[in-house]
Design a protein around this ligand. Structure first.
Ligand SMILES: C[S@@+](CC[C@H](N)C(=O)[O-])C[C@H]1O[C@@H](n2cnc3c(N)ncnc32)[C@H](O)[C@@H]1O
Length: 270
C-alpha cells in the first residue's frame, strides 16, 4: 500500500479532515498533504482522543482561536526527538573517512547543513566532530521547521539526560557546567548558526560540502521524500556528501546524481 497521499485520497478521511488540513496549513505553516497520509491521520486522531477534541471541525476552530493549541500541534507533528552523536558508528565514519575527504577537496571554508536539526544536537555534534579532526574553518547551518526547537538550539543548554550520549572526554572538553545544565562552549557555538527552514516549501541553500538530513524524511510521503532528496542533492557542491539517517537508505542514489560511498553516505559526482 502506498504511503503517499493526494487530494483524492484525503477525501477518504472525510470533508472535515480536508477542511482541517487547510486550516492547519494556514495556522501552523505545515502542509499535511506532504506527510505520510494514513500515518499522520492516525496520529491526529490519537492526539484528539487524548485531548478530548471531538472532531476535526472543532479542532480547526480551536487552532483559529488559540495560539497555544497551534504551538502544541506543531510540537506534536514535528516529532523533535534527537540526540548527540545518534548512531555513534556513523559519526565515527564521518570523522574517519568523510571529514578528511571534504577537507582535502574543499577550496574554501567548509559549509555544512544540518537539515531538521531539532534542538541543535546534530549541528553541535558536527561542529565537535570537525573540531576533533582539527578542521576549524567550518560553517554549520542548522535549520528546522519548529521555532521552539530552534530557540533551544540557539540557547545550547542541555540537561544531563540530554548529553548522556556525549562521550565523557568530549563532554569535558566542549561543554561547561551552568547550575544543572551543560552549555556548549563558545568555540563550538561560533561555528554554528540556526534559522527556520521548511524542507517542503522553503528555498534551499546551495554549495554545501556536507548535508546531514537524518530522521526527518521518514515522516514524509513518498513523493515529498523523493522531491526533498533531489533538492538536497542539488544543494551539494560537486563532490559534496549527503549523510542520511540509519533507516533512510537511498536505493536509487544514481537517479539523483549521487553515489553511495559507504552506508548512509552519498557523494555528488565531483
Ligand atoms: C526526529 S527529529 C530528527 C532530529 C535530528 N536530525 C536527528 O536525527 O536526531 C525530526 C526533526 O525534523 C523537523 N522537521 C519536521 N518536518 C520538517 C520540515 N518539513 N522541514 C524541516 N524540518 C522538519 C522536526 O521539527 C524535528 O526537529
Amino acid at each position: 500500500m502506498s504511503d503517499s497521499v493526494n487530494t483524492t485520497e484525503l477525501h477518504q478521511f472525510g470533508a472535515d479532515y480536508s477542511y482541517f488540513c487547510t486550516k492547519a496549513a494556514e495556522f501552523t505553516g505545515i502542509n499535511l498533504h506532504n506527510y505520510k497520509g494514513r500515518q499522520i491521520y492516525r496520529r491526529l486522531v490519537n492526539y484528539m482522543n487524548r485531548r478530548n477534541i471531538p472532531d476535526f471541525a472543532t479542532f480547526a476552530m480551536r487552532l483559529q482561536r488559540d495560539p497555544g493549541e497551534v504551538a502544541r500541534l506543531v510540537e506534536y507533528l514535528t516529532i523533535n526527538v534527537s540526540d548527540f552523536f545518534r548512531n555513534p558508528e556513523h559519526w565515527e565514519a564521518l570523522a574517519r573517512e568523510i571529514v578528511p575527504l571534504l577537507a582535502d577537496s574543499a577550496k574554501w571554508r567548509i559549509r555544512v547543513w544540518s537539515a531538521g536539526s531539532a534542538a541543535g544536537q546534530e549541528a553541535y555534534s558536527a561542529a565537535i566532530t570537525f573540531a576533533e579532526c582539527s578542521v576549524d574553518d567550518v560553517f554549520i547551518l542548522g535549520t528546522d521547521i519548529d521555532e521552539t526547537s530552534l530557540g533551544k538550539a540557539r540557547a545550547a543548554k542541555y540537561t544531563s539526560a540530554e548529553v548522556k550520549s556525549v562521550p565523557k572526554p568530549l563532554l569535558r572538553k566542549y561543554f561547561r557546567k551552568e547550575a544543572d545544565l551543560h552549555v556548549v562552549q563558545d568555540s563550538i557555538r561560533r561555528m554554528v548558526s540556526f534559522r527556520r527552514h521548511d524542507l517542503l516549501s522553503s528555498e534551499y541553500p546551495g554549495s554545501m560540502d556536507l548535508i546531514i538530513c537524518r530522521n526527518v524524511i521518514i515522516y514524509f510521503s513518498e513523493h515529498s521524500k523523493q522531491d526533498v532528496i533531489a533538492r538536497l542533492a542539488s544543494s551539494l557542491r560537486p563532490g559534496g556528501v549527503l549523510f542520511m539517517g540509519a533507516t533512510e537508505a537511498i536505493f536509487n542514489a544514481q537517479d539523483y546524481g549521487l553515489k553511495q560511498i559507504r552506508p548512509f553516505f552519498y557523494r555528488r559526482s565531483p
